[in-house]
Design a protein around this ligand. Structure first.
Ligand code: B3K
Ligand code: ZN
Length: 870
């Protein structure tokens, strides 16, 4: 392996920059000719060598200021020019390269998706198109001319404004685009194809009209409305909440089927995975609708946090991603239910990000060392990054946070900035000292807060004794104390909130935990209180406080904060699981606490007070969520105990579940908060009812009467998980109806991959030959293979190693076709230290086999090396 890691500390400003780039594309799937004319400027007057990044194309020619040029050296990843001293200050290069988009299965650079051609340049894909200064701190103005066959590619798009077009010979036509905003190469985009377009318009608050264009595959216009509505909502919200207005006269979104991730914020021309665009009641679930709204928002918000202000280097990725995730979370919370959004985001963070931080891939939100940048589009950078922004928001409050945002943008507009630029703006605008807080940027790992309390009955004082500790991680042994905002509330035994007082003054409910151990004291507390700790999940930490069942039930019933109520139930479920897991390991009988069943019944009985929260409280954590409670995971035990818990709740609450199920009647399908909430409550009842004796009847009927995908999929899921008699019929019916549509079939593939059946691996292997499956499509791979490896705890971790072998075989193939997706899929294998020694041995063997593969991509190499050589 020859690739060399890069270190954050080695950052140097570039010796040269590009100011203007003219790109000419003669498009053809088998033979695309790219002529790149770039105007360069020397920034370091000493330098006469210019190193350009580039690989995976055929290099045809180079001209220096219009003349032939041969003073260069080429290697597998770059072209280094020795420039003539007299003209090295300001010069033009014309470089011709030849590409084969049809054969580019990596889905980076210029590639074919279905019948169209598109690009993906972030992080370092532009260098697969031409030799360039492919780094985010080089900002240039782009002009792009695209010529292609008019019948195959009637639509030709790039960033900015369409400035000219025309016909050429042999049935070809051309379009020229110009982007007035200087941008880094990773934001360049091109799309060619035959699409249907949805047109709309948005008037900004200053009265400018922006043309909105949404491009979808022909025939898909009936699935484009929601995405367009979401875009308009996002544009309006960003004006209202952040005071940020769109800057170009046109905003385009194109949906493509072959895409490595969710979407890409290219300036004025977003390219989306069709999964995050296409939706109608028949094809998309409520969850899909909300995900579309959030991703459309996310990419739109990047226009300011990402595009107008971009990153100086890739180590600063969280500057744009953490901030933009925070912004999209706030958008969803302001538009929908704040509590539901917070709970779902926390669930995700606690499982996926905490697991990542405990893995060989652990890294701070601003990493120090990177080999393959694509490996760092992680939960940590995105989700923990957003939590760090959220903590600043908590410490500053909305008003001062927005002042900080304004200052940050004013100071950095049109520039490539650093995380430090952001924190410094927040600090200066608010006057809040963030010196210690900055450590969140450099320290990895999940801090643990250990809290105990004491109550003085005579003095009526209550103390919280808080200690913090961040255990060592794979990348960093020594840890320092962080500044952790700990939001709390106190309740009396009857669930009445107690005002937080200290020496007669009301004190903030956000405690500043900054030391290894601190004591917080509250006065005039008339009886021993029940503390609500880490309200709203005010910091991305683990909490260790010994709650009694009674205290948790008090919080579940009475806490004012919805997150706290939900979290209390999570702790109750966790305690049940732990106790039963120990019992099952010792061959004892499994039992379920009657108090908890009563509490659940109480919540269900009062569902009308808060429909969406009821659903979330009733939802048993997934196997993978439970798994994160343990240092060493027992896959079989967790699955068995969870199954027992599910059946016990179903049996004991049967009548009430059925009553609620029947009480919720919805005729028309509507996407609004209350309807979504009612549907999800009805469907959680269904999931439990499936495990009761009338399950087959109810589920079958639910499927037959469904008039939308949410209900259809709920029935299919219930039938599959409870292994009901009707399930094969239902699965077949779904397959027949949707086999022409890969996106819808992904739901079916994912369900098959997570079947509880013992022969599920065989089934998954068989499904890879299904006509709707396509190995080169990342959505299909994620639906079938990633669901199996990440969500089917028991089958993937089968003690005979069959799951590991299956995944390894796939990774060997993917290493050649799509290394980026391969490196995502290898994740469950590199986390071997979470399993027993027998499984560890098998997982390591699988990784060793992979490490011996010839031409191992640096994407896979980086992760396997970290895992095996830690
Ligand atoms: N910025 C892109 C992600 C690019 C991933 C490159 N491997 C999408 C987003 O976060 O909005
Ligand atoms: Zn993003």
């Amino acid at each position: 392996m020859h690739a060399k890691a890069k270190y954050r500390k080695d950052y140097k400003t570039p010796d040269f920059t590009a100011t203007d780039i003219f790109l000419d594309f003669q498009l053809d799937p088998q033979h695309t000719v790219v002529t790149a004319k770039t105007r360069f400027q020397r920034l370091n007057s000493e330098s006469t060598t210019l190193r350009l990044d580039g690989h995976s194309f055929q290099f045809a020619s180079i001209k220096f200021n219009g003349s032939d040029f041969s003073a260069y050296k080429q290697d597998g990843e770059s072209l280094t020019l020795t420039l003539p001293e007299e003209s090295a200050g300001d010069f033009e290069l014309e470089i011709v390269t030849i590409l084969v988009p049809a054969e580019n299965t990596s889905l980076q650079g210029l590639y074919q998706s279905g019948e169209g051609i598109c690009t993906q340049c972030e992080a370092e894909g532009f260098r697969q198109i031409t030799y360039s200064l492919d780094r985010p701190d080089v900002l240039a103005r782009y002009q792009v001319k695209i010529t292609a066959d008019k019948t195959r590619y009637p639509i030709l798009l790039s960033n900015g404004n369409r400035i000219a077009s025309g016909e050429s010979d042999k049935g070809q036509h051309w379009v020229e685009w110009q982007d007035p905003f200087p941008k880094p190469s990773y934001l360049f985009a091109l799309v060619a194809g035959d699409f249907d377009v949805l047109h709309d318009e948005f008037t900004t608050r200053s009265g400018r009209k922006v043309a909105l264009e949404l491009y979808v595959d022909r025939g898909n216009l009936n699935r484009a409305d929601w995405a367009m509505q979401s875009l308009k909502k996002a544009m309006k919200w960003d004006e209202e909440r952040f005071g940020l207005e769109y800057d170009l006269d046109i905003y385009m979104i194109v949906a493509v089927d072959f895409f490595n991730m969710g979407a890409m914020e290219n300036k004025g021309l977003n390219i989306f995975n069709s999964k995050y665009v296409l939706a109608n009641a028949q094809t998309a679930t409520d969850e899909d609708y909300l995900a579309i709204e959030s991703v459309i928002g996310h990419e739109y918000f990047h226009n300011w946090t990402g595009n107008r202000v971009t990153c100086r280097d890739w180590f600063q990725l969280s500057l744009k991603e953490g901030l933009t995730v925070f912004r999209d979370q706030e958008f969803s919370s302001d538009t929908g239910s704040r509590a539901v959004n917070r709970i779902n985001n926390v669930k995700f963070l606690r499982t996926a990000q905490f697991a990542e931080d405990a893995s060989p891939m652990s890294h701070p939100i601003r990493p120090e060392k990177v080999l393959e940048m694509n490996n760092f589009y992680t939960m940590t950078i995105y989700e923990k990054g957003a939590e760090v922004i959220r903590m600043m928001h908590t410490l500053l409050g909305e008003k001062r946070f927005q002042q900080g945002m304004q200052l940050y943008i004013a100071e950095n507009d049109g520039k490539a900035a650093t995380c430090e630029d952001f924190v410094s703006a927040m600090e200066r605008a608010s006057g809040v000292d963030l010196t210690q807080f900055r450590r969140w940027y450099s320290q990895s790992g999940t801090p643990k807060l250990t809290i105990s309390d004491s109550y003085d009955e005579k003095k009526h004082t209550y103390q919280l004794i808080v200690s913090q500790l961040t255990p060592p991680t794979a990348d960093q042994m020594d840890k320092v104390n962080l500044h952790i905002p700990l939001k709390i509330a106190l309740y009396d035994k009857n669930g009445i909130p107690i005002t937080l007082l200290n020496n007669g003054d009301v004190v903030s409910d956000v405690l500043n935990v900054t030391q290894k151990k601190q004591v917080f004291e509250f006065h005039s507390v008339s009886s021993r209180p029940v503390p609500a700790l880490l309200c709203d999940f005010s910091a991305p930490v683990k909490l260790d406080y010994h709650y009694s069942t009674e205290q948790l039930i008090t919080l579940l019933k009475f806490a004012q904060n919805e997150f706290v109520r939900w979290d209390a139930m999570q702790m109750l479920f966790a305690a049940e699981l732990r106790r039963n897991l120990t019992a099952s390991q010792q061959g004892e009988e499994l039992t379920f606490s009657a108090e908890i069943l009563t509490a659940l019944s109480h919540v269900l009985a009062n569902y009308k007070e808060n429909v969406e929260l009821t659903t979330l409280i009733l939802t048993l954590p997934k196997e993978t969520e439970f798994a994160e409670l343990f240092k060493t995971i027992d896959p079989d035990g967790i699955v068995a105990v969870r199954d027992f818990m599910q059946r016990t709740i179903a049996e004991n609450l049967r009548a009430q579940l059925l009553e609620t199920y029947n009480a919720i009647q919805q005729e028309e399908y509507r996407i609004d908060i209350l309807d979504i909430a009612l549907r999800s409550l009805k469907n959680i009842c269904l999931q439990y009812l499936a495990f009761t004796e009338t399950g087959n009847l109810i589920v079958n009927k639910h499927y037959l009467h469904a008039n939308n995908m949410t209900d259809t999929l709920a029935a299919l899921t219930a039938a599959t998980k409870a292994q009901l008699g009707c399930r094969e019929n239902l699965l077949r019916d779904f397959e027949e109806k949707w086999q022409h549509d890969g996106l819808v079939m992904d739901k079916w593939f994912a369900l098959q991959a997570t079947r509880p059946d013992s022969n599920v691996l065989e089934l998954v292997q068989h499904l890879m030959l299904h006509p709707s499956f396509n190995f080169n499509n990342p959505n299909r791979l994620r639906a079938l293979v990633a669901s199996f490896a990440n969500q089917n705890l028991k089958a993937f971790h089968a003690a005979n190693g069959s799951g590991y072998r299956f995944l390894t075989d796939i990774l060997i193939k993917l290493n050649e076709t799509n290394p980026q997706v391969a490196a995502r899929l290898v994740e469950p294998l590199i986390r071997f230290n979470r399993y027993d020694s027998q499984r560890q041995t098998l997982m390591k063997r699988a990784l060793e086999r992979l490490s011996e593969v010839e031409d191992l991509s640096k994407d896979l190499y980086e992760k396997i090396d970290k895992a095996l050589n830690a």
